[in-house]
Design a binder for this molecule. Structure first.
Ligand code: FO1
Length: 316
């Protein structure tokens, strides 16, 4: 068993839940959560960082589990006022959530880095563990549809993921450098494991891998690298992963997830309902761990976190 540092790579919803689980079972000095910023965009003069928001709210226990994003018990007065004023209403900013976006945006505009702002906001909400953006340089995920290249949120929220996607790119890469916390975590001599949280590999983890030097650094690590498949029963619980796999001509199964990460992974955690996939994945050289990967709440989050850490021999 090793008792060193754990680096978790996370997107929004599913990733945020496991990040919260890891934070529940590891002390603050043993965990760095690095978050996708490819979904970020400017809206109504505010900088919105949806995956950092999801990770922050979930780790702080403030997340809305039903909706999957934003704050529980949210109200929408400001949104109604904006709509009455003729402003865009396709992207919903809740009254409580607005506080986050205003605080982040003015501080960024005042010259603070996204890393510094994220530390400030997470600490203010009582999160003791380190949460960092993948990069302080802007990276913007874009999808190619019949209309051409579209910004991610315009497609995801604006069009409810309806247009078929033929390609994905991360504007700003190459050229985006890892945030200091990310680079430091990758280089730690006491690094014990890298955890690819159960986020969409194409939309949420690929942007992290596209940051300069990250893929090479992960490939060169000798510590276990473990991913948790976002598929349950061969389907994504939420979001466009299943649709995307079909549109990109890939099998809707754990084989596609394993093939996508390739040699960056040593171990894949798959849901028990997909146990039939295990033999084939193992034949491809991967270690496979079966677990109940559905996270209904904090108890499931920490249970899965413990199972993930146990699978790679990391103490908790
Ligand atoms: N998702 C939606 O489906 N509709 C929204 O109106 C919406 C608003 C929103 C505001 C702040 C925020 O942090 C996230 C928000 N999301 C919304 C979620 C977000 O678009 C996606 O879930 C992620 O980008 C995908 O991980």
């Amino acid at each position: 068993m090793s008792s060193g540092h754990v680096l978790a790579l996370s997107g929004g919803v599913g990733g945020a839940k496991l990040a919260a689980g890891l934070a529940a079972v590891l002390p603050p000095e043993r965990l760095t959560v690095v978050v996708n910023t490819g979904d970020d965009f400017e809206h109504l003069g505010l900088t919105i960082c949806p995956d950092i928001d999801s990770v922050t709210y979930t780790m702080a226990g403030l997340n809305d589990r039903q909706r999957g994003w934003g704050v529980a018990g949210e109200t929408w007065q400001a949104m109604a006022a904006l709509k009455a004023l003729g402003e865009a209403d396709w992207f919903n900013l809740g009254d409580r959530d607005l506080g986050m976006h205003v605080a982040r945006s003015w501080r960024l505009r005042a010259g603070e880095s996204l890393s510094d702002v994220t530390v400030r906001l997470t600490q203010s909400l009582g999160i003791a563990h380190k949460v960092a953006p993948m990069s302080d340089d802007p990276v913007r995920t874009q999808v190619q549809t019949a209309k051409g290249w579209q910004d991610f949120q315009q497609w995801f929220v604006g069009e409810q993921c309806a247009p078929s996607v033929s390609a994905i790119r991360f504007a700003g890469t190459p050229g985006a450098r890892p945030s200091t916390a990310f680079a430091e975590a990758l280089a730690r001599p006491d690094l014990s494991a890298v955890v690819f949280c159960p986020s969409n590999p194409f939309l949420s983890v690929d942007p992290i891998l596209a940051v300069d030097g990250v893929r090479g650094a992960l490939a060169g690590l000798t510590v276990p690298r473990i991913a948790i498949s976002p598929l349950i029963g061969g389907k994504a619980l939420k979001g466009p992963l299943s649709k995307l796999l079909a549109e990109l001509g890939q099998e809707g199964s754990n084989h596609a997830i394993a093939a996508h990460y390739g040699t960056l992974l040593d171990t894949l955690v798959i849901d028990r309902s997909d146990g039939d996939d295990a033999m084939h994945l193992q034949a491809g050289g991967l270690a496979v761990t079966l677990a109940n990967t559905l996270m209904r709440g904090p108890d499931d989050q920490s249970r899965l976190a413990r199972e993930v850490l146990a699978a790679v021999g990391v103490e908790y």
